[in-house]
Write a protein that binds this ligand. Structure first.
Ligand code: UT7
Length: 327
């Protein structure tokens, strides 16, 4: 018994900003952003929220799977940018979709979140606790972005992706997951509830945008990613006795084209095995893997029975890789 992805969906806001739009906000250029990151444009919420995007991606995934919302046992939303703190985003999605029988909770593991959500769902399915899970990654990173910091605002975007996973017959693969909290300062976002006005007087100088938005040591995260992702991929292949040549494609968290290229090089794999869509969406954190998975699925690029590696990395620090066989 294992967990099998039987449907995918995604939602990305129609409003987009290209690199020239960003160059009107900070000192940068289309050329610099393309060369250093591969990003060309990113989509930004207007009326949408993390919950509304999650629900739409989830609805499309259920339709793709041919699964009724009432048959979903588990809804898991991975997000760092929910518009609600209570109730959790997953419960809000449940309400919108009418998935009355589902157990719902959120998971915060930043850009590794969808991978950990997938692993969590598969573990529940394999142990027989649940039969059908809806795992969603949804982010409104534009709400957490310091739009005057050129080191970060060029990178991020908004969107949501989802997968329906059902218990079924198939090989069980063990995932590889790691965290290193000691290095967490490389990518942070301090919560507003640290500053509730009771314990700390809110003076204007304490409310600088940087306090309430993501702060990143870009080079540290870059180095961490190009070192740890190939290691995690090699580890997961070794652990499951799967050869690299049996992997049809690697679906990596979409952070930076240079990171994806460096991972391909270190693994000695052709770049064609690493699909990318970061040029269109930027880095959408936990939404990036399921959005890409959905695009590949809808374009008919995932062959039945072929093995795929998914790999995530990001704040925490956290990272990992999982093998799955396409439905
Ligand atoms: O989900 C995981 C999340 N994070 C990541 O994946 C981020 C990983 N890191 C990166 O993608 C890259 O480190 C960045 C794209 C953020 C930055 O690229 P870099 O090649 O590491 O640039 P850098 O920070 O070393 O800066 C090089 C130069 C600096 O100028 P000087 O000191 O050499 O004169 C920066 O001030 O580029 C400058 N710079 C910029 N110039 C134009 C930094 N950002 C920009 C910018 N436009 N947007």
């Amino acid at each position: 018994m294992t967990g099998i992805i039987c449907g995918t969906g995604s939602y990305v806001p129609p409003y987009s900003m290209d690199n020239n739009d960003i160059a009107k906000l900070v000192e940068t250029s289309d050329e610099w952003i393309r060369e250093r990151t591969g990003v060309v444009r990113r989509h930004i919420i207007e009326e949408e929220t993390t919950v509304s995007m999650a629900a739409e991606a989830g609805r499309l995934a259920l339709a793709d799977a041919g699964v009724d919302a009432k048959d979903v046992d588990l809804i898991l939303v991975s997000t760092i940018s929910s518009n609600v703190i209570l109730p959790c985003a997953a419960c809000e999605v449940q309400k919108i979709l009418g998935a009355d029988h589902a157990t719902c909770f959120d998971l915060n593991a930043a850009c590794t979140g969808f991978l950990l959500g997938y692993n969590t769902a598969v573990a529940y399915l394999e142990s027989g606790v649940y039969q059908t899970a809806l795992v969603i990654g949804s982010e409104s990173l534009s709400n957490l972005t310091n739009w005057s910091d050129r080191g970060t605002c060029i990178l991020f975007g908004d969107g949501a992706g989802a997968a329906v996973i059902r218990a079924g017959e198939g090989r069980h693969y063990l995932p590889v997951t790691h965290s290193n909290g000691a290095k967490g300062e490389a990518l942070t976002c301090k919560s507003r509830h640290d500053h509730n006005g009771l314990t700390r007087k809110l003076e204007p100088e304490n409310m600088a945008a940087s306090e309430y938005s993501m702060q990143m040591d870009g080079q540290a995260v870059f180095k961490f990613a190009v070192r740890s992702v190939p290691q995690a991929v090699e580890e997961v292949l070794e652990k499951n006795q799967v050869a690299q040549e049996d992997i049809s494609c690697y679906i990596l968290h979409q952070a930076n084209r240079r990171i994806v290229e460096a991972v391909a090089k270190r693994l000695g794999e052709p770049i064609e095995k690493f699909p990318m869509n970061l040029q269109e969406y930027g880095n959408t954190s936990s939404a990036s893997i399921p959005i890409l998975l959905d695009e590949l699925n809808r374009d008919g690029k995932l062959e039945k029975g072929r093995k795929i590696v998914m790999a995530g990395f990001g704040a925490g620090l956290s990272w990992g890789a999982s093998i799955l066989e396409w439905k």
